[in-house]
Design a protein around this ligand. Structure first.
Ligand code: F6R
Length: 247
């Protein structure tokens, strides 16, 4: 496992943002395009702020930058304040566009929590990722039960983008965003599969905060992937770097 350890969340966020900025700058300079995979949640939030500053104040032409999010609740209205659509609109696409208007907000892609046919939505999303050239770099956060995206324990390593049932642990962990009311947390989600994630050319996994210590330690003790800890399938990916602030 390739692990980079930092003494603070601030330092982790700065260094991962700078690294991702340089990768984007290089490929956009060479080909004019970049496909960035995004996660929602607290782990990458500060990194995103820093990345947006770097991209937004650069003179890069970002018209060929596309982003694809890992997952979305289902069902949920795109206008719902807790939809991942809103989180990305306000936390990434809009602030980046405001700073550098060459980035088109319509190039920010996310599974549609209002889609009438979620299975078809997932298939179309996979096709769209492939048509755009595949994910160049995927950002991930680590669930306390080892999930990545909404791939909960028990997910196989070859799963594709699909609708899933959220586990009680994940609904419990996310209820803080729904006024601490478990009933308000959607019971399902749609997520890129583990197989889909592993096709990313490069992966940056952000592991931050004491709550992740136990699962991260378990992950480091493994010698082979297990469905009990979906993040362990990253052991099969040759270009994954873990950015951690855990000693
Ligand atoms: C969200 C996602 C999740 C989170 C994970 C960690 O798009 O993919 O897998 O990355 O639940 O969440 P935080 O960062 O809030 O601890």
């Amino acid at each position: 496992m390739n692990i980079k350890t930092f003494s603070t969340h601030e330092e982790l966020s700065e260094q991962s943002a700078q690294y991702i900025f340089e990768i984007i700058q290089k490929k956009i300079g060479e080909t004019g395009t970049f496909v960035l995979g995004l996660a929602t949640g607290a782990s990458p939030r500060l990194m995103y702020q820093k990345l947006i500053q770097k991209l937004g104040t650069s003179d890069l032409d970002l018209s060929g930058l596309h982003t694809f999010n890992l997952d979305e609740y289902y069902p949920i209205r795109q206008g719902h304040p807790q939809s991942y659509f809103q989180e990305m609109y306000h936390g990434f696409w809009k602030p980046l566009h405001d700073l550098n208007q060459s980035f088109e907000i319509t190039n920010g892609h996310i599974l549609n929590g209002e889609a009438p046919n979620p299975d078809m939505e997932c298939r179309i999303y996979e096709k769209m990722i492939q048509k755009t050239g595949g994910v160049d770099l995927q950002v991930l956060g680590l669930g306390i039960n080892g999930h990545i995206g909404f791939n909960e324990p028990g997910s196989a390593g070859d799963t594709r983008t699909r609708q899933i049932d959220l586990t009680p642990e994940t609904r419990e962990a996310n209820k803080k965003y729904f006024g601490d009311d478990l009933e308000k947390v959607p019971e399902h989600g749609m997520t890129m599969g583990i197989g889909t994630i592993l096709e990313s050319k490069e992966i940056v996994m952000i592991v931050t905060g004491e709550k992740k210590k136990e699962v991260f330690e378990k992950l480091q003790r493994l010698s082979a992937p297990t469905e009990d800890i979906p993040a362990s399938f990253l052991l099969n990916h040759t270009k994954t770097t873990f950015y951690s602030d855990l000693a």
